[in-house]
Design a protein around this ligand. Structure first.
Ligand SMILES: *[C@@H]1O[C@H](CO)[C@@H](O)[C@H](O)[C@H]1NC(C)=O
Ligand SMILES: *[C@@H]1O[C@H](CO)[C@@H](O)[C@H](O)[C@H]1NC(C)=O
Ligand SMILES: *[C@@H]1O[C@H](CO)[C@@H](O)[C@H](O)[C@H]1NC(C)=O
Ligand SMILES: *[C@@H]1O[C@H](CO)[C@@H](O)[C@H](O)[C@H]1NC(C)=O
Length: 539
């Protein structure tokens, strides 16, 4: 026993090199880009970047969005907490010179809003054969320029007061167009500062969709002008709300990072908090022949409810410019609907007596119709039950798969079924980061592949991507960041990098460890994966 332990210590000790006393579980890589680029060539030679003289030079198109990003990255790259002692690299024969300017070449006019299928390609050249000793970031869209800036910042390795960057060529683009993170501001209110930190970290992992599960049964923090009573009576307090200015702040902060903000207003279930502010919206539940004072899902038999939804969603879609709206539709309990005699009568008229899935279909169909008719002509997502229950869906609906995270066979069957029906599909089942346990849990996130199901190429092409989810029952501003990050970074790599480059967690571990220290060094409270150390531990 003792000998085995000593042997293990020796093996691990050998990895971290002589002179080191601690035994971290892994030695971080240096200057590797996370998520892994599609194509990268790195040489042993390097240039030195000196913060005092370094600058970006705009050589193509420009706009406010780009200029803001450049000044932001000057701060991010040279953030205070990446000081490490000089390793003396500037004296070795691999030293090629100083990199004082990086050309930022944006080849087309900036677009005004990010969108599904936006162009995110970029190239980086540092001391490349065709441009020796020079640096450039080249992109066809401002979104690609953002991704390139982020990658460039990862190439820098702190070396005393300056930074090393190896001679490098990168050509990169995402594997999937929808790379999202879901946050929940109903179970606990999340202040704008937490949402902004989340967006910062998302951009540092090249996520491009914030799925904002803004309301649910527990609270209705969205402040509506057309229906002020919804938050007036449905939020935790009159201060636990998101005003229209707050929403605009989140949307523009995200825009500046190339991130879409997709709100979710989940109906007909998950709506308890909607009830007080909108009498008649929810179904009255009955007991022993009379209403028992409790309420269930939205009452599909009340025509007024569709007017209400239309007005509410008209406002919502004006505040959130993204084309897509998440309409929820999960976990509709039929218990209350079943208890209500007026609904039974209504169903009799529809010739669907006893068929509550058909009642749900009736509601969802009307909801999708009215959302499709809004002036903004939105597209929408629904959770998988809407598909599972056989609701007829418009052919451009995106079906969001979330169930059976512990049973990938079932998840893969669902992926096969939904795509066989021709619907675009988004995967979250295997990336419920709110479900926590002791030890290393990220290998299972890394082994989940949205296209790993048995299906044709046409089916696989219907996978638009995935989302990591952080449900808020046990999460508020105190643990949102540490519980989400850097575990969400693992999902980010699965959604950005090539499928065959993201199959080996052992290969990813040193790069992930470097990335975790990088984020910590930038000032975010991201948790560790195992025993290790970062320069940024010393504050
Ligand atoms: C970058 O250059 C350094 C110094 O020559 C070298 O030790 C390191 O292996 C290079 N990094 C990569 C990823 O090639
Ligand atoms: C219900 O069924 C009856 C008898 O088959 C039919 O006359 C009526 O039109 C149906 N109503 C609806 C709403 O489909
Ligand atoms: C959906 O159907 C419409 C009309 O039938 C068609 O024009 C459109 O191309 C279809 N879209 C998709 C995504 O299949
Ligand atoms: C994949 O699906 C095809 C067609 O449904 C079936 O014939 C085949 O056995 C499946 N393969 C696996 C590995 O499940």
């Amino acid at each position: 026993m003792h000998r085995v332990a000593v042997l293990l210590l020796c093996l691990v000790g050998a990895v971290i090199g002589e002179g080191e006393k601690g035994i971290p579980y892994v030695t971080p890589s240096e200057g590797r880009v996370w998520p892994k680029p599609q194509m990268e060539v790195t040489e042993q030679t390097y240039l030195i970047v000196r913060p005092a003289t370094f600058k970006f030079r705009i050589v193509g198109k420009t706009c406010d969005l780009l200029e803001k990003a450049l000044s932001r990255y000057m701060d991010i790259m040279f953030s205070a907490r990446t000081k490490s002692p000089a390793a003396g690299y500037s004296k070795t024969k691999m030293f090629r010179g100083y990199l004082d300017t990086v050309d930022v070449h944006l080849m087309a006019e900036c677009e005004k809003q990010p969108y599904l299928h936006m162009d995110e390609h970029y190239q980086i050249k540092v001391d490349s054969p065709d441009r020796p000793l020079e640096g450039s970031i080249i992109a066809a869209s401002v979104w690609g320029a953002f991704r390139g800036l982020e990658s460039f910042s990862h190439l820098l390795v702190a070396d005393g007061g300056s930074y090393r960057v190896n001679s490098t060529q990168i050509m990169d683009h995402p594997r999937f167009p929808h790379r999202g993170l879901m946050i929940d501001s109903s179970r606990h209110f999340l202040p704008l500062s937490s949402i902004k930190q989340t967006l910062d970290l998302m951009s540092m992992d090249k996520f491009n969709v914030l799925h904002w599960h803004i309301v649910d049964s527990q609270s209705f923090p969205y402040q509506s002008d057309v229906y002020p009573d919804l938050s007036g009576l449905g939020s935790w307090t009159s201060r636990h709300i998101y005003t229209s200015e707050d929403v605009a702040t989140v949307v523009s902060y995200a825009l500046e990072r190339g991130i879409r903000v997709m709100p979710e207003f989940d109906t007909p279930g998950h709506t308890d908090s909607w009830g007080p502010g909108q009498p008649g919206l929810l179904t009255e539940c009955y007991k022993h022949g009379k209403p028992d004072g409790t309420y269930g899902p939205v009452d599909p038999s009340n025509e007024d409810n569709y007017d209400f939804l239309k007005k509410l969603f008209t406002e919502v879609t004006q505040r959130f410019p993204d084309h897509y709206l998440h309409l929820g539709g999960d976990e509709v309990s039929f218990r209350c609907w079943r208890s209500n005699p007026e609904l039974s009568e209504f169903m009799q008229h529809l010739n669907i007596t006893g068929d509550y899935a058909a009642l749900e279909q009736y509601y969802i169909t009307k909801l999708l119709e009215l959302v499709g008719d809004l002036p903004t002509k939105n597209g929408y997502l629904v959770w998988q039950e809407v598909f599972d229950n056989g609701v007829e869906l418009a052919n451009d609906t995106v079906v969001h798969i979330w169930k059976d995270g512990g049973d990938m066979d079932r998840v893969n069957q669902e992926l096969a079924d939904v795509t066989a029906s021709g619907f675009q599909t988004l995967l979250s089942s295997c990336w419920y980061l709110n479900v926590i346990s002791y030890g290393v849990d990220w290998h299972k996130y890394y082994s989940c592949d949205p296209q790993g199901f048995n299906g044709t190429d046409a089916q696989k092409a219907l996978i638009v991507g995935g989302e990591a989810c952080m449900w808020g029952e046990y999460v508020d501003r105190t643990n949102l960041i540490s519980r989400t990050w850097p575990r969400a970074s693992v999902v980010a790599e699965k959604l950005w990098s090539a499928a065959d480059a993201t199959t080996n967690p052992d290969e990813a571990t040193p790069r992930l460890e470097e990335h975790r220290c990088r984020l910590l060094g930038r000032g975010y409270g991201v948790e560790p994966f195992g025993p290790s150390y970062c320069d940024a531990d010393i504050v």
